[in-house]
Design a protein around this ligand. Structure first.
Ligand code: PHE
Length: 453
């Protein structure tokens, strides 16, 4: 039912379940695995500030725009766009927002599942006690040996993809709601425990200093683009994931406060992850800029030295895997909901097909760490780098920019006003300025600066 009060895919039973589900989408590998390693690669402090600015000025308004559009259309992003275009007599070109989201979704899911598979592998490693008392060199060794073996990576990738497909086939609403209620709070709790541990380390103040010092010399156009791309990625923006979830939000929920809570939760987890990982890095004399392996080398090292480390370490990687699965589900939802609507197909069958396509694409990432480690793709060092570049630095920011423009200019003010619960007047104008002008302009400037900078 287009533009109605209900979606055919179901509805969140209340606003808090949307908060949990959207937080489940937002909080994932992006916060715990990716944020620290990108901070490390971009020199710390100044990058964190840029990231926070991007979350507040660009991320929050664009997330609001996605929820507005999704709730107005109540279908998959592609069909929501089609419906709104027709209803308000806009150019069909706007549907490209939906299509670019589907392409971005496939690419993201393909590598996301591979990395999440690494977390599954570490559940086993921690659980077996094999990492008790490891040295930094041993932790590093274990990880590089693991990456060198494509069959191992494929095994864990396949397992994680199968779990994702299984949950997503049962529908986002039922499956996710129950799970998210328990695991999200557990993840927050464990982060607090880890933070307490990090504070006792010798490298604590150096870690904090690294994350929050104002070293403005490390701000380059490329770092700004990386910060913005990370803001999009971590908030699940620019590809329709939040738009798809927005379609299941009850009409009565307030968008502004809901989105603010989600962005805050997401940011807290990312900052906490950084504050856990960098003190470990400095305490053990590790490299801050070691890239995607950062979490997988530092965290086992810390647990290896902690009392009950095997137990806590197992729980940690379980929760990371859980956080990853609630995100993976949302990455697939825009494409899945579209195929289900378009062909009246069975959810489970579509989930298996889409999962299979993305699994094959994921082999590119698997081989990026072994067979194809030296194979450049369009100027990027590996396929994995290519996939993250195209999604974080191109498709998500541009998708987000057009989403903001659509909500700011193509949707009538009255529609947006009633979605936001705003009366005509100054608040409406401020919203239009932020969503229609400021946020898209910021994306464009950053984008052009890094192209020509
Ligand atoms: N936000 C998720 C994370 O941080 C990843 C994601 C990206 C989810 C895009 C949906 C869409 O892990």
């Amino acid at each position: 039912m287009a533009g109605g009060t209900e979606s055919r895919h179901g509805m969140w039973s209340n606003r808090w379940l949307f908060v949990l589900a959207a937080a489940g989408s937002a909080v994932g590998l992006g916060n715990i695995w990716k944020f620290p390693y990108i901070v490390g690669e971009n020199g710390g402090g100044a990058f964190v500030i840029l990231y926070l600015v991007c979350i507040a000025l660009v991320g929050v308004p664009i997330m609001m725009a996605e929820v507005i559009i999704g709730r107005e259309g109540r279908q998959s992003p592609i069909n929501t766009m089609r419906h709104l275009i027709k209803q308000h007599h806009r150019s069909p070109a706007w549907t490209l927002i939906g299509w670019s989201g589907v392409v971005a979704g496939f690419l993201i899911l393909s590598y996301y599942v591979v990395i999440a598979g690494w977390a599954l592998f570490y559940i086993m490693q921690m659980g077996s006690g094999a990492l008790e008392g490891v040295s930094a060199a041993e932790a590093d060794h274990l990880f590089s040996d693991f990456l060198a073996d494509p069959w191992q990576l494929i095994f864990w990738q396949t397992l994680f993809m199968a779990m994702t497909v299984f949950i997503i086939s049962r529908g986002v609403i039922g499956g996710l709601e129950t799970a998210v209620r328990w695991f999200m709070p557990a993840l927050f709790l464990l982060m607090v425990v880890l933070l307490g541990y990090a504070m006792t380390l010798d490298g604590w103040s150096e870690g904090v200093n690294f994350m929050f010092r104002f070293d403005f010399s490390s701000i380059t156009p490329d770092a700004v683009l990386a910060a913005m791309g990370q803001a999009f990625f971590t908030l699940s923006l620019g590809m329709g994931a939040i738009m798809a979830y927005g379609a299941y939000v009850p009409s009565s929920a307030s968008i502004f406060s809901t989105v603010t809570i989600i962005a805050l939760l997401d940011t807290l987890v990312a900052i906490a992850a950084g504050l856990v990982i960098f003190p470990i890095v400095f305490t053990n004399g590790l490299e801050t800029a070691q890239g995607p392996g950062l979490m997988f080398v530092t965290v086992p090292l810390a647990f290896g030295q902690m009392p009950f480390g095997a137990l806590f370490g197992t729980i940690f990687f379980l929760l990371v895997s859980f956080a990853a699965i609630t995100s993976a589900i949302s990455i697939g939802e825009p494409a899945l909901a579209y195929v289900v609507e378009e062909y009246n197909a069975k959810r489970s069958r579509v989930a298996i097909t889409l999962g299979a396509i993305s699994w094959v694409l994921g082999l590119g990432t698997v081989f990026s760490f072994n067979y194809w480690a030296e194979v450049e793709i369009l100027g990027q060092p590996t396929f994995f780098d290519f996939a993250t570049f195209v999604t974080d630095k191109v498709l998500l920011p541009l998708g987000g920019m057009f989403i903001a423009l659509f909500a700011g200019w193509a949707l009538p003010g009255t529609v947006v006003g009633s979605q936001l619960g705003l009366k005509e007047g100054p608040m409406g104008i401020i919203w239009k300025l932020i969503c229609g002008v400021l946020a898209p302009a910021a994306v464009l400037v950053v984008f052009l600066a890094s192209l020509f900078g």
